[in-house]
Design a protein around this ligand. Structure first.
Ligand SMILES: Cc1cc2nc3c(=O)[nH]c(=O)nc-3n(C[C@H](O)[C@H](O)[C@H](O)COP(=O)(O)O)c2cc1C
Length: 157
């Protein structure tokens, strides 16, 4: 079973999680999708792979997602993992300050990848990043296609 754990503030990351669940299910995988508010460590043992998804908020995942990963990273040892985030396109926003900050402080995925490495988890593919047009959404028009392509990468190893 593939477990997708996500957080979302405006709903966009939740939508990506839903698209991912659909794409993986279509490829024959059993998928469970749980929001950060509902997930417990009891969801972990039956998962062969865990995918974490969060909006990027101030260059990191949401505070709840950060706390969750910190609290349970001990359970990720040798576990197959992947992560995705949603974010603004800083080039498109054309905000020099944000572009500078994003370059230095990164995105939610950087936090996840660091935590995965520390936890000695088995990273299955490079992170997925998906873009919103405005802070509250909607997602960019090509998101579904990109999510499907990323789902293939997840399963290719
Ligand atoms: C307080 C706040 C901080 C944000 N920080 C960043 C950021 O550091 N980098 C970025 O690319 N987008 C940032 N964004 C845009 C969010 O990534 C965007 O709102 C999010 O992808 C929407 O996902 P959601 O609907 O699941 O909450 C921020 C938005 C808010 C409201």
């Amino acid at each position: 079973m593939i477990l997708i754990i996500f957080d979302t503030v405006f709903g966009n990351t939740g939508k990506v999680a839903g698209m991912l669940k659909e794409a993986l299910t279509q490829k024959g995988e059993a998928v469970e999708m749980v929001s950060i508010a509902q997930v417990t460590e009891n969801n972990f043992p039956s998962a062969d792979m865990i995918i974490f998804g969060s909006p990027t908020r101030a260059f990191r995942p949401t505070p709840n997602m950060q706390s969750f990963v910190r609290a349970f990273k001990g359970l990720l040892k040798d576990k197959k993992v992947a992560c995705f985030d949603t974010r603004m396109d800083v080039v498109e926003v054309n905000n020099k300050f944000l572009t500078f900050m994003a370059k230095h402080f990164g995105y939610a995925n950087d936090f996840f990848m660091k935590a995965f490495k520390k936890a000695h988890a088995q990273i299955v593919c490079e992170p997925g990043n998906f873009y919103v047009k405005e802070q509250a959404g909607p997602l960019k028009d090509d998101t579904q296609t990109l999510v499907q392509a990323w789902a293939e990468k997840i399963l290719s190893k």
